[in-house]
Write a protein that binds this ligand. Structure first.
Ligand code: AMP
Ligand code: MG
Length: 406
C-alpha cells in the first residue's frame, strides 16, 4: 500500500504528452492550447470612448469652473461602429457613445451626466483631464505580446479573447482516446430489472458522465462478467486503440477479482496497487507501451473519487496542463469526524457560509463507499490526513473542491 500523494506522483511520472491538432475556434471549448498565442494587433485596436458623453479637446476646459463654464457647440454624433474621419476643431465637441472611435482632434470624453446641454451646445463647468474616459489603443496589450500561454484551458473568456483577436483556428492538444470496462457478474444495465442478488450498473453511466465533464466521449464502454477470459478479451481490445484504459471493479482481493491477474497475462506493467486512501484503497495503475491502465475500485463512490484524483490528473498532464492539482483551502468543520489511523480519507461534504460569512464545511451523513447519495450533495472533500483520527467540530480543516466539469 502506498501513500496517496505517492500514487499521484507516480501517475504524473508515467503520463505522456498527446500530440497536437489544429481545431476550428468554435470547437475548442475545454481544450488545452498547444502553443503560445501572440496578438496580431493591439487591443483595443483604436482609441475609443469608455462612456456615453461628449468627445472634446481637454485644453479647452482648462479654466472651466462652476462660475465660468465653457460652452462648446456639438458638431456631430458618433456611434459605436462609425468611422468618423473629420478632424474636430479645438472649440468643438462631438456627441459620442460607448465603444465609438475617438475622432481626430479630440483627446477626452466628458460623461453626459457631467454636462449641461442646451440647444446645439454643451456647458462644461469643470476641467476635463487629457485621456479622461478614453480606452487607449493598445492599453490591454500590444501587437506581438504573448496573450495566452501554451497549456491554457479554453474557457469562455479564453474563447472570447481568441475570437476578439481574429483567430479562426488554433493548435490544441488532441483529446485522449479512453476505453472503459466495467466488471461484475452481478450487474444489470440500467433500464433492465435486476434479478435476485443483482444490482443495476451505476458505474458505466457515472464514469461516462465524469469523462463527459472532461470533454471526453469514451471510445467504448463494455460491461463484462467476472470471467477471466471475457475480461481478457475486453482488455486486450481496449489496449489496442486507447491512450487510457479504465477498468472498474474486480481489482480487490476477492476470488472473483481478476483485473490484476488478467493485466499480468496481457503484459501490463503494474506501477501500483492499493493506495492508503479511503474510499479507494484497491486501485491499480499500470502501463503497457504508452497506454495507461487505471483499475478503479467497483464501489461507486470509490470509483468516482479515484477518477477525480487519479484519472483526471493523467488527463490534465496528457493534454498539456502542467500540474493541475486542486486548490486547497480551509473551512470550519460543522461536526466532528473520526476514523482509524493509517489511510487518508476524503470526506464528502458541502460548503456553506456561517452567520458571519465564514466558510463552513459539513460532512454528509452517508460516508460509506457504496453510498452514492453521500456524494450527490457534496461539492467539497475534506482532506482527513492518514495519521489523524479525529477532526473536532469547529476546527479549521483542509478542503478541496469537488467538481465534475473542468
Ligand atoms: P468490486 O470492486 O468489483 O469488488 O465491487 C465492489 C462493490 O461495488 C460491490 O458491492 C459491487 O457490487 C459494487 N459494484 C461494482 N461495480 C459496480 C457497478 N458498475 N455499479 C454499481 N455497483 C458496482
Ligand atoms: Mg466485482
Amino acid at each position: 500500500m502506498i501513500p496517496f500523494e505517492t500514487a499521484r506522483d507516480l501517475i504524473r511520472q508515467h503520463c505522456f504528452r498527446l500530440s497536437t491538432e489544429s481545431v476550428a475556434l468554435e470547437k475548442t471549448d475545454g481544450r488545452v492550447l498547444a502553443v503560445d498565442i501572440r496578438a496580431r494587433s493591439p487591443m483595443p485596436r483604436f482609441d475609443s470612448s469608455a462612456v456615453d458623453g461628449y468627445a472634446l479637446s481637454s485644453v479647452q476646459t482648462k479654466h472651466a469652473s462652476h462660475g465660468v463654464p465653457v460652452t462648446l457647440p456639438v458638431i456631430a454624433t458618433i456611434r459605436a461602429g462609425d468611422a468618423y474621419r473629420l478632424r474636430a476643431g479645438q472649440q468643438q465637441a462631438l456627441r459620442i457613445f460607448t465603444g465609438a472611435m475617438l475622432p481626430p482632434g479630440t483627446d477626452s470624453v466628458i460623461m453626459q451626466e457631467h454636462v449641461r446641454q442646451e440647444q446645439g451646445v454643451i456647458l462644461i463647468d469643470r476641467e476635463v483631464k487629457p485621456g479622461e474616459n478614453v480606452r487607449r489603443k493598445g492599453e490591454e496589450f500590444s501587437r506581438n505580446d504573448t496573450v495566452l500561454k501554451k497549456g491554457t484551458r479554453v474557457t469562455p473568456p479564453v474563447h472570447g479573447l481568441m475570437a476578439a483577436m481574429g483567430l479562426r483556428s488554433v493548435r490544441v492538444t488532441r483529446m485522449p482516446r479512453v476505453s472503459v470496462i466495467v466488471t461484475g457478474s452481478e450487474l444489470r444495465p440500467s433500464g433492465e430489472r435486476p434479478g435476485k442478488g443483482e444490482i443495476i450498473d451505476s458505474n458505466s453511466p457515472s464514469i461516462a458522465a465524469a469523462l463527459a465533464g472532461c470533454g471526453i466521449e469514451p471510445m467504448s464502454i463494455h460491461r463484462v462478467d467476472d470471467d477471466p477470459e471475457a475480461l481478457r478479451a475486453a482488455m486486450s481490445a481496449g489496449l489496442m486503440n486507447s491512450d487510457i484504459l479504465i477498468t472498474v471493479g474486480g481489482v480487490s482481493v476477492g476470488d472473483y477479482d481478476f483485473v490484476r491477474d488478467v493485466s499480468d497475462t496481457l503484459g501490463i506493467r503494474e506501477i501500483f496497487w492499493t493506495v492508503a486512501m479511503k474510499p479507494g484503497k484497491p486501485n491499480f495503475f499500470g502501463k503497457k507501451g504508452k497506454t495507461l491502465i487505471f483499475g478503479l475500485p467497483g464501489n461507486p463512490v470509490a470509483a468516482l473519487l479515484s477518477f477525480h484524483f487519479f484519472v483526471r490528473t493523467a488527463l490534465s498532464i496528457m493534454t498539456g496542463r502542467e500540474q493541475e492539482t486542486e486548490t486547497l483551502f480551509q473551512a470550519v468543520l460543522t461536526r466532528e469526524v473520526r476514523k482509524k489511523a493509517g489511510r487518508c480519507e476524503f470526506v464528502r461534504a458541502a460548503l456553506s457560509n456561517g452567520p458571519k460569512g465564514e466558510l463552513l464545511v459539513s460532512p454528509h451523513k452517508a460516508q460509506h463507499s457504496h453510498m452514492l447519495s453521500g456524494m450527490t450533495e457534496a461539492n467539497a472533500l475534506i482532506h482527513f490526513p492518514a495519521d489523524t483520527i479525529c477532526l473536532p467540530e469547529n476546527q479549521l480543516v483542509t478542503v478541496s473542491l469537488l467538481q465534475w466539469t473542468y
